[in-house]
Design a binder for this molecule. Structure first.
Ligand SMILES: O=P(O)(O)OC[C@H]1O[C@H](OP(=O)(O)OP(=O)(O)O)[C@H](O)[C@@H]1O
Ligand SMILES: NC(=O)CC[C@H](N)C(=O)O
Ligand SMILES: [Mg+2]
Length: 483
């Protein structure tokens, strides 16, 4: 793509975080949980803005009655107080979705609710299976009829099917895990149990919290803070936890892998997760600060000011400043209202998307040599535009530092990355990228720093290195059931 095409692409694109959030709760005292799920999902909104939903059940009522509501849009658009009031139940599960398999439609919104011979199942999934198409075909040839086109329904179907032959629903989850391959952090609600499961590689996060006599499962710890719950622990990669009033938290670790095979998504730390979350013992904020420190150590440059590109570049910029001693400042103001609902009523080039999102504080940068830090360059459109904005505002020099390595390869594990040819680093040297974005200098985080950044835990770097922990799928996993 040339520069013009890159710009066009930006204007077409509604760039949002590309993930999903899951939240589940079981209140042993029998209180209604829908409003807590609502607030939990609100805290996980950054992980998915396409659709959302809540499903609840009353563990003291008749077995197998699930009430649910889902729709397209943000959490505060989909739910009204009346709708939440109608969702009576003491166990429930919720989801915020960014689609990675199956289109963005109401039918494909989660949680999924399944009625089957043993009752009902509610399921929320973050991640992406690499073998969903083949599993789905197998099921269809034995008579299965699917309601959606998402990989998550393949998981739900497997659990329901296994449940017929197993003594418990957690055993059915375990058997389903023998078949499904790829990334999944799951919350399963059965009539009397809340179950959490994380794939053996631990691609996506999942944690456990507690508030009074209620247990919570959530994608990120920021959701626990929002609802006033305390963090209990992370669900380990490969672990299944079963939560019941009689037995509290029970754990099955039969799917866990040796630690060095774990492959948590490094991009969760770099970009996806909120900085106030921590997972697997590492604070997202601290990891970002550390990445900025590494940039200052490995790619120093003389300058007057270090600034971050909001939101996710800010912590790394602070790290760079702390390490280098160059003052940290604010150069950009982000419009906090830009989101899924932002409609584009036609625009001239003077109303470009990036200016709708970000403005420069001229007073802060005028006459200065500025180091601008962002967490990642994907297509290059953000950086290209804001380098120019800084220059227009009077910056004397603009040096860009990126707190991740060049983004080069597609992800099959729950994030939606543009095609390779749209990635600015594809087939370009760093010097060529520098020229495209128009910076005075450009440097990226070294790949070997990623492990150090999170204390040496096993992690996936496939988007930077092309080394996939699980072989990439051989067929299209995004829309294979929509032809
Ligand atoms: O090279 P590009 O294709 O432009 O993409 C890279 C940019 O996209 C992300 O920010 P985003 O605006 O999504 O959200 P943020 O406010 O959370 O950083 C990321 O933090 C980079 O700034
Ligand atoms: N981003 C995600 O985790 C998506 C979950 C699931 N693959 C879906 O498309 O609904
Ligand atoms: Mg950004």
């Amino acid at each position: 793509m040339n520069k013009e095409q890159i710009h066009e692409q930006y204007e077409e694109d509604e760039k949002l975080r590309e993930e999903c959030g899951v939240f589940g709760i079981y209140d042993f005292d029998g209180h209604d949980v829908a409003s807590t799920i609502y607030y939990g999902l609100f805290a996980l909104q950054h992980r998915g803005q396409e659709s959302c939903g809540i499903a609840v059940s009353d563990t003291n009522g008749p077995k197998g009655v699930v009430k649910s509501h889902k729709g397209m849009g943000l959490v505060n658009e989909v739910f009204t107080p009346e709708q939440l009031d109608a969702l009576k139940g003491d166990i429930g599960v919720g989801h915020t979705r960014y689609s990675t398999a199956g289109s963005s439609t109401r039918e494909n919104a989660q949680p999924l609710v399944l009625n089957y011979v043993k009752g009902t199942l509610g399921l929320a999934h973050n991640g992406n299976l690499v073998n969903a198409p083949e599993l789905r075909r197998e099921l269809e040839y034995t008579g299965a009829i699917f309601q959606t086109t998402i990989d998550s329904e393949v998981i739900a179907y497997h659990i329901a099917r296994e449940r017929i032959h197993t003594a418990s629903v957690e055993e059915a989850v375990s058997r389903a895990m023998d078949k499904i391959k790829g990334a999944y952090s799951l919350i399963v609600m059965s009539p009397r149990k809340l179950i959490g499961a994380r794939d053996p590689y631990g691609f996506r996060p999942l944690c456990i919290g507690k508030r009074d006599n209620a247990y919570i499962l959530a994608s990120e710890t920021c959701a626990l803070d929002t609802i006033g719950a305390t963090f209990v622990r992370d669900v380990e990669p490969g672990e299944i936890v079963t939560i019941t009033p009689k037995r509290g938290i029970e754990s099955d670790k039969s799917h866990c892998l040796p630690k060095d095979q774990e492959a948590r998504c490094i991009f969760e730390y770099i970009y996806f997760a909120r900085p106030d979350s921590h997972f697997d013992g590492v604070s997202v904020y601290q990891a970002r600060i550390q990445s900025g420190r590494f940039l200052a150590m490995d790619s120093p440059v003389e300058a007057d000011l270090v600034v971050g590109v909001p939101e996710s570049g800010n912590a790394a910029a602070l790290g760079y400043s702390l390490e280098s001693g160059i003052p940290y400042g604010t150069a950009f103001v982000k419009n906090g209202y830009v989101g899924r609902t932002f409609i584009k009523p036609g625009q001239s080039s003077r109303e470009s998307s990036v200016r709708v999102k970000l403005n420069v504080l001229k007073e802060a940068v005028n006459g200065k040599r500025v180091i601008m830090i962002d967490d990642s360059i994907v297509r290059g459109t953000t950086s290209d535009r804001i380098v120019k904005m800084l220059r227009d505002a009077g910056a004397k020099e603009v040096h860009m530092r990126v707190s991740s390595p060049p983004f080069l390869h597609p992800c099959y594990f729950g994030t939606d990355v543009p095609a390779e040819e749209q990635l600015i680093a594809h087939n370009r040297t760093i010097e060529e990228i520098r020229q495209v974005i128009g910076a005075d200098s450009l440097a990226y985080l070294r790949t070997d720093r990623l492990g150090e950044m999170i204390g040496g835990m096993g992690h996936c770097t496939a988007c930077f290195t092309g080394k996939y922990p699980i072989a990439p799928p051989t067929e299209d996993i995004r829309g294979s059931f929509e032809k």
